[in-house]
Ligand binder design. Structure first.
Ligand code: C2G
Length: 135
């Protein structure tokens, strides 16, 4: 069984995330997602709208994902790769080069990020609409 792993916050799930997960799963037979905990998001300087458990519930409905593990720190990736016998580590190319050290344990692949959409742009659009309604 060829295992793939990827990591992220996956807040306000959108098709950019789905495209990443779809392509990652297509590389093997089993996709593990390291989902950033609320505490780790603080370390990343990110405040997600949805809690960790809400994000777990959303990702659990996605057919491409076989397993979800918590991402609690930057350092756990190599251990996750070894402990789960992962063949390929995948991230969007906004992270290109950041995790090349993992090539000691598995293949490292950066996939093209889906343009124009992001959790922050979704949040901003909602805020802008709220402002328009209040005018
Ligand atoms: N992504 C994408 N296209 C987008 C938005 C996101 O391909 N339009 C990808 C990102 O490149 C990443 C994944 O979807 O591979 C999850 O994105 P985020 O939830 O923003 O993850 P991030 O906060 O970058 O956390 O240790 C790694 C970090 O946990 C990654």
């Amino acid at each position: 069984m060829k295992k793939i792993i990827t990591y992220g916050t996956f807040d306000l799930l959108h098709y950019g995330h789905i495209q990443l997960l779809k392509r990652a799963k297509a590389l093997g037979d089993y996709l593990i997602v390291g989902l950033s905990s609320d505490e780790f998001n603080k370390l990343k300087g990110k405040k997600s709208v949805l809690s960790y458990q809400e994000r777990v519930d959303l990702l659990s409905a996605i057919k491409y994902i076989d397993e979800i593990i918590p991402e609690n720190n930057w350092e756990q990736k190599s251990r996750d790769v070894i402990n789960n016998n992962v063949s390929i580590f995948v991230m969007g190319d906004d992270w290109k080069g950041q995790f090349d050290d993992l090539s000691e344990y598995c293949d490292v692949l950066y996939l093209e990020r889906t343009p124009e959409i992001s959790s922050s742009s979704i949040k901003q659009n909602i805020l802008n609409k709220e402002k328009l309604i209040k005018m």
